[in-house]
Design a protein. Structure first.
Lengths: 200, 147
């Protein structure tokens, strides 16, 4: 009798423990929350870099002078990825340019869409489908006055118990007329991953 | 009589495993403030939603000023806990009618506060139309599941 009780209890225990595994649940998460899934460059790092660089630029006394009576026109040159990871640096520049544009202090020209714009203007001018009196003419665009460019570098170190990654993001604003760097700043991120004892 | 002990042991172990093997939602409450206008006394707007965190951490100062037409904030946090705290903080921005500006887009920023450390973090309004702000600080949840 006792063997039956023991066997039944063990069976229940196995079923209960088996139920603990192989469960996957889909949830919507907070896109703005701090993300610590792994040590690689993540959404929190992107948001921090974009936020701090935008804040620093908007608070700069030089930029205060530049934007006092006008909205300077910027173009963003690509951010050079000098890290050992594959990082979509265009996503960082997109965030920075969007924040700066929405601040109302700057205007941007998009060099990544020059070919598409040219194609559209050629279509308007020479396809014969668009009223030429209303077609947008060539040679009326406004050029950028300043160039925003930068680097993302990293130093990675690890041993058997710990991994450490240090990111440094540098951004500069150059006056295209004079070649002078009007503003520069850098921000740092350190992330570590350590082995921890499993706790119940 | 003796045969009862293995059964009890199995039951206890099973109960232990079952209780440990569950999805534990992270604690996401913390300390923060309701909407504060520049110049207002911040201490009257503080709110504590998590007393355990409030025992380890307090907001020791909030400064605000206008810089290049933007509202600039300095939030000073002080730890009264001997160990490091893994925190995240967020600012929210509102216009003069109390409408949220860039609602849902203000990211949580990570902050490691060492034992008994006082740290100041900065925030800048995303628009020149911001007239009030609120802030919130909570711990970074490290474990979502217990096994």
């Amino acid at each position: 009798m006792n063997k039956i009780i023991l066997a039944t209890t063990l069976s229940i225990a196995l079923v209960a423990l088996g139920g603990c595994t192989n469960k996957s649940v889909v949830r919507y998460g907070d896109a703005t929350a701090v993300e610590t899934t792994n040590i690689s460059f993540g959404s929190t790092d992107l948001q921090k870099v974009a936020g701090q660089m935008t804040d620093s630029l908007l608070l700069s006394p030089v930029v205060g002078t530049l934007t006092a009576n006008t909205r300077p026109i910027l173009f963003v040159e690509s951010i050079k990825n000098k890290t050992s990871e594959h990082i979509d640096t265009e996503s960082i520049t997109d965030s920075i340019s969007t924040k700066l544009l929405r601040s109302g202090k700057f205007r941007f020209v998009d060099m990544g869409r020059v070919a598409a714009v040219r194609e559209q203007l050629e279509f308007q001018q020479s396809s014969g489908l668009v009223d030429t009196s209303k077609a947008v003419a060539f040679g009326q665009q406004v050029g950028a006055q300043y160039m925003l460019y930068g680097n993302l570098a990293s130093i990675v170190k690890s041993n058997k118990d710990q991994s450490d990654v240090y990111y440094k993001f540098t951004l500069r604003l150059m006056d295209l007329k004079s070649g002078l760097i009007e503003w520069a700043d850098e921000t740092e991120i350190r992330k570590t991953k350590e082995k921890e004892f499993v706790s119940w | 009589m003796n045969n009862k002990y293995p059964v009890m042991l199995v039951l206890i172990v099973t109960g232990f495993f079952i209780s440990a093997c569950k999805n534990v939602p992270p604690v996401t409450s913390g300390i923060g403030s309701s909407q504060i206008a520049p110049g207002q006394q911040y201490s009257k707007h503080l709110q504590i939603d998590n007393k355990q965190l409030a025992a380890k951490l307090y907001i020791s100062d909030i400064k605000s000023r206008s810089n290049n037409d933007f509202l600039q904030l300095n939030l000073t946090l002080t730890s009264r806990y001997k160990k490091s705290l893994q925190l995240q903080y967020q600012f929210q921005w509102f216009d003069q009618d109390g409408f949220a500006i860039e609602a849902g887009k203000s990211p949580w920023q990570a902050l490691e506060l060492h034992g008994m450390q006082t740290a100041t973090v900065a925030g800048l309004a995303p628009s020149t139309k911001v007239s009030t702000f609120s802030l919130y600080v909570r711990e970074v949840p490290e474990k979502f599941f217990k096994y």
